[in-house]
Design a protein around this ligand. Structure first.
Ligand SMILES: NC(=O)c1ccc[n+]([C@@H]2O[C@H](COP(=O)([O-])OP(=O)(O)OC[C@H]3O[C@@H](n4cnc5c(N)ncnc54)[C@H](O)[C@@H]3O)[C@@H](O)[C@H]2O)c1
Length: 442
């Protein structure tokens, strides 16, 4: 099949490459010309496991092309995916300016039948808006070109995006006729050979499914963080409680780890957008307000633990921070808890030396210019002479560190673990003070 993808970010690049990997002829288009030039020579602008190989392979095989020309993209694909960003607007709603700009461009360039598929996360009713914009532009040209509109929300997880795309747990499509359903079913058939469901519904239900999924996952995280905070007060161990909870098949073990709150480019903005959609529809989705509030409070809660350890005085304290990305296996720092926590530490007079296996470039653009923040090249070199180590993202390389080496480098042997990575016994045996979440400190 001939596929075009508009917007070559985490979603567009991964899904475009995966479509090429299964033999389709794919053109990926973005307005960011620098990004396109890098991609043309096989340079990947983001970190995502296995992405480099499949982009390079499909470029070499001639199945994947990159362009900054919208007309080339619209001429190429029978199916045109929209995968541009839908950031948060000032009032919390999803800002649709990029999506609607693409719709306008499609309407201006379309010459023959196309299926326009919305992959960006968009509020209920957006596909209809996009259809109206395309129709308006076509009518403005005084011609008539048939097209269909479909919704196909993306459920990939950053850090596992290629795997999720190649082996999705389900594919959701919102369509208005069986022709589009059949074409999308064929496109996805190589990805769901092992029996993952292909769920066909109307446009609005498909759009809603994506928001409901993210809101549910965010709710689980905030719920578990509050269970963890209560465990601290009652002397229970949240990790034991988590296992007890997660073994109930009605609950399941995933997304129960307590920590420093959720971040990333999706959960915060999508929950806020769903709150706004609900209010606009005259409904108060009250539980989601609490989810966001609890998430914000969780970051402060962890910061307060650090401050509390020093009896409220962080002046001139020197910290190493391990982990900056909003989760492991990605370089993405959008709305990462690390940003808030580091800013609070600095506001109170501390200095922070940062290290993340993949997010250093993004960290640099966020914190450069701040005197109290510096950047390490290696997880151990940031430890030199520090009063404490703060772990914020659970990268595998932080799981079993060389405690002997750390002991020699750190001035004070204190670890603040926002992700409960360590065994408190091992740490006390090594002479560390250990402050974690939802478990007794040692
Ligand atoms: N990142 C995720 O994990 C994830 C997962 C599921 C769904 N989503 C959703 O997918 C969408 C894309 O997210 P992302 O993380 O890939 O975004 P991103 O910011 O990484 O990439 C978006 C790309 O779109 C490009 N763009 C903007 N306007 C354009 C235009 N008019 N024409 C062509 N290109 C244009 C930008 O230059 C950018 O490269 C969002 O709606 C997001 O909510 C993201």
């Amino acid at each position: 099949m001939r596929i075009s993808v508009i917007g070559v970010g985490y979603v567009g690049l991964v899904s475009g490459s995966c479509f090429a990997e299964t033999g389709n002829q794919v053109v990926c288009m973005d307005i960011d010309t620098q990004k396109i030039e890098r991609l043309k020579v096989g340079e990947i602008p983001i970190y995502e496991p296995h992405l480099q190989e499949i982009v390079k392979n499909n470029l070499q095989e001639g199945r994947l092309e990159f362009t900054d020309d919208i007309r080339t993209a619209i001429d190429h694909g029978l199916i045109v995916f929209i995968a541009v960003n839908t950031p948060q607007d000032e009032d919390g709603s999803a800002d649709l300016k990029y999506v609607l700009k693409v719709a306008e461009n499609i309407g201006r360039c379309i010459e023959k039948y196309r299926i326009v598929v919305m992959k960006s996360t968009v509020p209920v009713g957006t596909c209809e808006k996009v259809r109206d914009v395309i129709q308006r532009e076509i009518a403005g040209r005084g011609i008539d070109v048939p097209f269909d509109i479909a919704s196909n929300p993306e459920f990939l997880k950053e850090g596992m995006a290629v795997d999720d795309c190649m082996k999705p747990e389900r594919v959701v499509v919102g369509v208005e006729n069986s022709r589009v359903e059949e074409i999308l079913r064929e496109l996805y058939s190589p990805f769901i050979r092992t029996g993952a469901p292909f769920l066909v519904m109307d446009l609005r239900s498909s759009e809603m499914t994506k928001y409901a999924a993210n809101a549910m996952l965010a709710t689980r995280i905030s719920f578990m963080n509050q269970v963890s905070n209560l465990c601290e007060k009652l002397g229970a161990d949240v990790m034991k409680v988590m296992r007890g909870l997660g073994s109930d098949s009605r609950i399941g073990p995933k997304f129960l780890f307590p920590g420093v709150g959720f971040g990333g480019s999706c959960f915060p903005k999508d929950v806020r957008a769903l709150i706004k959609t609900s209010l606009d529809a005259g409904y108060n989705f009250s539980i989601l307000e609490q989810v966001m509030e609890a998430n914000h409070a969780q970051r402060l809660h962890f910061f307060d633990k650090i401050r509390g350890f020093y009896e409220g005085d962080l002046k001139e304290k020197k910290f190493a921070v391990w982990g900056l990305a909003f989760k492991p296996n990605t370089d993405d720092m959008r709305e990462a808890p690390a940003i808030d926590i580091i800013n609070r530490l600095v506001e109170e007079g501390a200095t922070c030396r940062l290290y993340d296996p993949k997010a250093m470039e993004n960290a640099f653009s966020i914190f450069s210019g701040q005197e109290a923040v510096s950047f390490g090249k290696h997880q151990y070199d940031v430890l030199e002479g520090v009063d404490g180590l703060i772990l914020l993202t659970e990268w595998l390389s932080f799981r079993e560190p060389d405690f002997e080496r750390m002991k020699v480098m750190m001035k004070e042997l204190v670890i603040f673990d926002g992700r409960n990575q360590y065994n408190s016994k091992t740490l006390t045996q090594n002479g560390f003070r250990y402050i974690c979440v939802g478990r007794p400190n040692v």
